[in-house]
Design a binder for this molecule. Sequence first.
Ligand SMILES: [Zn+2]
Length: 271
Amino acid sequence: MPELPEVETIARKLRPHLLGKTITDAELRWPRTLALPSSRKFKAAIKGQEIKEVTRRAKFFILHLSDFSLLIHLRMSGDLLIKDSKIGPEKHDRLILRLLSAEGDRSNLVFNDTRKFGRVWLTADPEEVLGRLGPEPLSKRFTPAWLYAGLHNKHRQLKPLLLDQTFLAGLGNIYTDESLHLARLNPLATSDSITVKQAEALHEAIRTVLKEGIRRNGASFDWVYRGGEFQNYFRVYDRAGKPCPVCGTTIERILVGQRSTHFCPKCQTLP
Ligand SMILES: [Zn+2]
């Protein structure tokens, strides 16, 4: 599942192909892809909208249009592609936006999603979708003091808490496991048992791991996104049975809240 670095990579890659283009029409090929509004309202509202900016918030890809925001969550298998306007739809294409440049060139933005979990929202008020999200880990709002206070405000295991998008936005299974290993924290540790120094280490680790992920164009791993290379630099994720890069101990895989979790039992002891 694409996480913050993968969605950021997609936004950066697509931005130059989208900025300033006008959406002339939309073809919704799988109606349930659209979470908001109705397909009739969607088609009427999106026609003629110009793409003013392309950004990301948490794991949401966002097109800022003249009057609306178009939010896309890729979920398990979603992908976004720019295609020639003459290329017909493929089997798993769920939404096609027809684009026109100021020079008169036509292209399509295609949302392809094999497993159909991806969702699209068109709204004048993106906060109605994004409002409950926690802070961006690469923003100034995310500080060691904020993290320490947030961890102590809860009494939960670290792994599920870090995956909770209302606590902190953008982390998924890969970057959570990598961050906890770098910070030498056990995924089962209770959040309010974390010391100030450990919270500082975790803050630093989360930012380091996410920045490295972005620098390597994300991870090409168990989903359709291809082109990233962070999967070649995993410390623990998907490395059960292999040696820890720090101490050589065999990395273990356990289930935490039904999520596959990888850690080094020597570097990441429970307090
Ligand atoms: Zn180790």
